[in-house]
Design a protein around this ligand. Structure first.
Ligand code: HEM
Length: 124
C-alpha cells in the first residue's frame, strides 16, 4: 500500500470520526428528534451546501470535476429520498399509535453517505 493510499484511507476515517463526534450530540440536543429526521436534515444540508460549493467555486473561476459532482449529487439525493420515505412511514405509524423503526433505511442511507465520502476523498 502506498503512502498516498494510506493518507486517503486516514482522511476517510477522519471524516467518519468527525461525524461520530458531532452526530450523537446533535441528536441529543434536540430532544424531540430521532435518528431519521436528523439524518434527513444532514442529507438535505449536503445537497444544499454541495450545490452552494459548486457555485462558489465557479464564481471564482475554479474548476470542479463534473462527473464526481454528478455521482455525489446522485448518492446524496438517493439517501435523501430514502430518508424522506422512511420519515413519512414513521409519521403515519405514529399517527396510528404504532411504534415503527426504520433501521434498514437508516443503514442504507448511512452506507450511501459513506460511498459519497469515499468518492469525495479519493477522486481528485
Ligand atoms: C452525503 C453526501 C456528501 C458527502 C459525504 C460529501 C463529502 C465531501 C467531502 C469529504 C469533501 C471534502 C473533500 C473534497 O474536496 O472532495 C467535499 C467537498 C465538496 N463537495 Fe461534497 N459531499 C457530499 C455531497 C455533495 C453534493 C451533493 C455536492 C454537489 C452537488 C457536493 C459538492 C462538493 C464540492 C463542490 C466540494 C469541494 C469544495 C471545494 O474544494 O471548494 N458534495 N464533499
Amino acid at each position: 500500500m502506498s503512502f498516498e493510499t494510506l493518507r486517503l484511507a486516514l482522511l476517510v476515517l477522519h471524516f467518519v470520526g468527525l461525524a461520530a463526534l458531532i452526530g450523537p450530540a446533535l441528536l441529543r440536543s434536540v430532544a424531540s428528534w430521532t435518528v431519521v429526521p436528523i439524518m434527513l436534515t444532514g442529507a438535505a444540508i449536503q445537497v444544499a451546501t454541495g450545490n452552494g460549493l459548486i457555485a462558489a467555486n465557479q464564481l471564482q473561476g475554479m474548476h470542479v470535476i463534473e462527473a464526481k459532482m454528478i455521482i455525489k449529487l446522485a448518492l446524496a439525493l438517493a439517501s435523501l429520498v430514502l430518508l424522506i420515505v422512511a420519515a413519512v412511514r414513521l409519521r403515519k405509524a405514529r399517527k396510528r399509535g404504532k411504534h415503527l423503526e426504520a433501521r434498514a433505511a437508516e443503514r442504507a442511507a448511512a452506507g450511501i453517505g459513506g460511498l459519497a465520502l469515499v468518492t469525495a476523498v479519493i477522486w481528485t
